[in-house]
Design a protein around this ligand. Sequence first.
Ligand code: MN
Ligand code: MG
Length: 649
Amino acid sequence: MTSHLTRREAITTGAAAAAIATMPNALSAQSSARVKLRVLETSDLHVNIVPYDYYRDGEDNTVGLAKTATLIRAARTEAKNHLLLDNGDFLQGSSMGDWIAYKKGLKPGDVHPMIAAMNALGYACSTLGNHEFNYGLDFLDTGVKAANFPFVCANLVKADGQALVRPWLIIDQTVTDEAGTRQTVRIGIIGFTPPQVMQWDKGHLDGKVRAADIVSAANTHVPALKAGGADIVMALCHSGIAGGNYRGGEENAALHLSRIDGIDVILTGHQHLIFPGGRAFDGIPGVDNKRGSLNGKPCVQPGFWGSHLGIIDLELERAGTGWKVADFAVEARPIFERTADRRIVSKAETDAAVLATVAAAHESTLAYVREPVGETSAPINSYFALVADDPSVQIVADAQIAYVKGLMAGTAFAGLPVLSAAAPFKSGGRGGPTFYTDIKAGPIAIKNVADIYLFPNTVQAVKVTGAQVREWLERSAGIFNRIDPARTDEQALINPAFPAFNFDVIDGVTYRIDVTQPSRYDGQGKVIAPDARRIVDLSFNGQPISETAEFIIATNNYRASGGGDFPGTKTTVVLEAPDLNRDVIVRHIIEKKRIDPTADNNWSLAPLPASANVTFVSGPVSATLKPPSLTAEPAGDAPDGFVKYRLRA
Ligand code: MN
Ligand code: MG
């Protein structure tokens, strides 16, 4: 069928050419100096094809290329000329990606489900994202070989200087101009990836691949691309938009790239943000967050996991023998909307053709997330996470510490002790009496990990002093009401207005919390009682912690970037890892096979007088799960379906 269409198309073209040949002046009379070209971009798909959350094991209308595909098809019908590009991070992510990488494997000749889905949509080109290297170069090679579209990346080469994939290419794009005449625009596409892959995937890339600075690579290759005859140059930039002076080696280099002559259009990603419009991009000099431009050049970023389709409508104008961008409009079009009452409303049907390409992989992934991948020798629950050290936080600490230690190896920070900060995300409160992590001892499945780690955060690490460790814990300890030890009437221990996700437990040090002292910090992270100290007996390696000693704390992007305004965050970030905390926990379990997340009791509440009547609430199924270290007794029912406990001295 394809050859038939091609032949017919060829005949039509030939006939038109013959007609023009007999009328030498017709071409200039009929053709227009204006061409409209619509560029479509997906980025950071991360093996999200089916609108499904494999951790929750349920439908999810906020993700999936099968949804974005519907926007792609609609966007194509709205425009005479269009070009579909992907910006990388396609081979890793989602439980479907894990299933391929950890269970099924990718043998030569196999088609990765993400590639199968992309093949159904007619991509013109893609670049490589940083996550393409997560499973090594053979996996990547097999992955991209099955694609029916090419890949470009200009700033990574093999150690011997050979290309990993071609740095750039030129597409002779046949377009219909505004007068209805066919013309050709030569579109150059050049790809970039954060050079940080050399640290993030050291194990796979060390000695095998060399990375160059994105801007330097552009300066090297763009002149060749222009000399090669490109009319318009598009940067397929798996890198984001950030302000600040150019220093070289930037992870998010798109703004610097926009200053390079010869680059006309910039497609971005990697940050998993939305441009134009994302709040992160307000007020950066050179960035027009309304129009969608960097130093006047059109730019888009389409969210992540298929959440948006990036659309750049270009109006091209004849310039000598070539073309230039005369005007543009930019949009990041979403597959869903969130209503004022936080409901998700789908804006795109699920594309049946794309869905069909991964139907079998989806079924296998469902089986994979539901089947045991390891075993836990102790129950993992959070019923007492706010009053005692707890296995649901311990397993996060164990996984984060192991992961960050690995990434610190060979860096300037390799010698520093690695601590972990993690909060019990599911601990009742407004979530209600069933909103607790509750995994029984025995087999553990991948879908259970969502129960341990609720949010799709990424791992980050900060470098702090002993004094900052202490302040961090003081900030956390604001979750407790001040207990008056002289009183004998009932006093509730937990302040319900303090969100549990800001109750960081720091593992790797030991401490006790004296709740008879006032909280040093308020709920916003402001010091309100400068003389108060709730954190007592803070020790590292059995010795009182040194105020000046340096530590690395493994945490998440939310906390490290200032979420909760914890002392010792923001300016102290030494690692912005590419992986989700949740994925790090999954891998920890798969690698260990058998985990023992029993809490190490590195922290506890300081003892209260026997006469004090201090209570807290938990879920109704908690009684048999109370940790032995915690002296508390059931004290009847509490409002809203909770049960009450009384602390015992
Ligand atoms: Mn990504
Ligand atoms: Mg612990």
